[in-house]
Design a protein around this ligand. Structure first.
Ligand code: HEC
Length: 509
């Protein structure tokens, strides 16, 4: 594909740019360089020129996460079929590497990775320089499969935001009247995926998810519900689709419905009832005029290639969260891949961090490409096991996790009605930093206590596990600035209400 613009205009712009860019380039300059070198094909609004003949950069997963992928495409071009946001293109992007110096490529990519709702991190001239050196021998443009093998796409989000799950324990034949029940467990589901793996039970329970469905355009939305248990989709307060009774989730019970909606946020509520035996729920949907099925749940097993993602990786400086089966820990584990190649699997069953490892996070390939029950092992090295059982008092309950503005998780554990344990994790200077605090909501900030919750049964301290297993010679652990025994386990410590304990887990060189 070639394109032409008004030549004298182009020269004037180049001249102006040359005058302006004697100093290091900023994102502002990136916008002007983008206009000059990319917008003829990708359009000023990043949606793809000539009504989408060219692929979009706005919302493109090719620009998310690891910047190497986009740098390599800009340097050497791209040819052959490529899927971007549900559409297949089969064109050719000419290499831009010969024309553009490293700082300009960095400025352009910083601009496109942070514009039109894209939320990836900045790119530096140094990064471009080292990638240019690494691919110097390559003459041909990349194909999409080649580039994806080197730099897999990060995890794709669903259309749901503000998703919350609630679990109810009980034995019912029909979906119960949830208004009369109290949820056992409420969690925020930051990945926007409706999943039964969020339930601590296998049978005799019900689940409700509530969230916001973001409709990108006005029109007719198609929803398809299939499930092994009774299930219901409630859209903007009205029942859209309902399946009664129990049966196989093989499509024979599935039901599809069309719903006309306006562009913007809509409330969605999904209810599910599990009796005994096989469990499962699959909700697919199609945007107005689209034939592509997208999923609000994990896709059913018969769908062979539901998501593009393979290797999961942090999105720039933001940790990536993975909610699914991880080998080596319990069924309800939360994987966190921090920037810098430090990884954590936190068990929501044992209420403790269980695995720490370095390098690659998790390879989601078998998860997305075959059955939903496969376990994915840590994809990296130096795996350290911190815990294998629950050490907190048995009444303790997992209450989900919260993310701070940088995307770092805090796991929330309720110890008793008024006592909450917060377990926060982040990666700093090549180490995992864990901050634990016990909040006693019965004591006031001034030190007075209304109805003391800290009784003999509910003391104002709790024991937690630093590393229950021997962590061997792989790692050192520091607590509140001082070293602790690192080669022998078990190692249990105490946190007092109102006081924060800081632990630093660092791999030995
Ligand atoms: C001459 C037209 C043209 C120009 C100029 C161009 N591209 Fe592309 N670009 C394409 C085409 C065509 C494809 C898809 C190639 C294929 O089908 O394999 C593409 C694909 C891409 C992709 C991967 C797919 C996607 O949509 O995310 C990225 C990223 C990209 N271009 C970035 C850029 C950037 C940044 C610039 C400016 C430095 C640029 N392109 C300049 C035509 C162009």
């Amino acid at each position: 594909m070639r394109f032409r613009t008004n030549n004298s205009n182009l020269m004037l712009q180049r001249l102006l740019l040359g005058l302006m860019f004697a100093s290091p380039l900023s994102a502002q300059d990136g916008q002007q360089l983008f206009t000059l070198y990319c917008s003829a094909c990708h359009a000023a609004d990043g949606k793809g020129a000539t009504g989408g003949t060219f692929p979009p950069l706005a919302g493109s997963p090719y620009l998310a996460g690891d910047p190497d992928r986009a740098v390599k495409i800009v340097l050497k071009g791209l040819t052959g079929p490529v899927d971007v946001l549900g559409k297949t293109y089969n064109l050719e992007m000419p290499p831009q590497g010969a024309t553009l110096p490293e700082d300009q490529i960095a400025a352009i990519l910083t601009h496109v990775r942070t514009s039109w709702g894209n939320q990836a991190g900045p790119v530096t001239a140094g990064q471009v320089k080292s990638i240019r050196a690494a691919v110097a021998d390559r003459a041909m443009p990349w194909t999409a499969p080649e580039i994806l093998k080197l730099h897999p796409l990060p995890f794709e989000k669903t259309a749901l935001t503000n998703l919350k799950s609630q679990v109810y324990k009980g034995e019912w034949k029909y979906l119960p009247d949830f208004a009369k029940l109290k949820a056992e467990n409420i969690e925020e589901e930051h990945d926007g995926i409706i999943s039964l793996t969020d339930s601590p039970y296998k049978e005799h329970y019900a689940m409700v998810w509530e969230g916001t469905f973001d409709a990108a355009t006005d029109g007719d939305y198609y929803f398809r519900l299939d499930s092994a248990g009774a299930a219901r989709i409630i859209f903007d307060g009205d029942i859209l689709t309902e399946l009664n009774g129990f049966g196989p989730m093989d499509g024979s019970r599935a039901q599809g419905d069309i719903s006309t909606r306006t562009k913007g946020p809509h409330s969605i509520r999904v209810e599910y009832l599990q009796h005994t035996g096989a469990q499962g729920i699959a909700i697919g949907w199609k945007a107005p005029g689209s034939t592509e099925m997208k999923w609000l749940t994990d896709p059913p097993a018969t769908v062979s290639k539901p998501r593009e993602s393979i290797l999961l990786a942090p999105n720039g400086n933001r940790p990536v969260i993975y909610r699914n089966f991880i080998d080596g820990t319990t069924p309800r584990a939360i994987g966190v891949g921090f920037p810098g190649g430090l990884n954590l699997a936190y068990s929501a069953d044992n209420l403790a961090p269980e695995l720490l490892w370095t390098g690659k996070f998790i390879d989601g390939a078998n998860k997305w490409l075959s059955r939903g029950t496969d376990k994915n092992p840590p994809a990296g090295e130096n795996v350290v096991t911190l815990s294998k059982k629950q050490n907190l008092p048995k009444e303790a309950k997992f209450r989900g996790y919260k993310l701070d503005p940088a995307g770092n998780p805090t796991f929330v554990i309720q110890l008793s009605p008024k006592r909450i344990l917060l377990d926060s994790w982040s990666a700093e200077n090549g180490a995992l930093v864990r901050k634990i605090s016990l909040i006693d909501a019965s004591s006031n900030p001034d030190g007075t206590s209304e109805e003391p919750d800290s009784t003999v049964e509910n003391p104002n301290w709790v024991e937690f596990s630093v590393c229950e297993e021997a962590i061997g010679d792989k790692m050192t652990v520091q607590m509140d600035g001082g070293p602790i025994r690192s080669s022998t386990g078990p190692m249990i410590s105490i946190v007092k209400a109102g006081k924060q304990t800081t632990l630093i887990y660092r791999w030995k060189p």
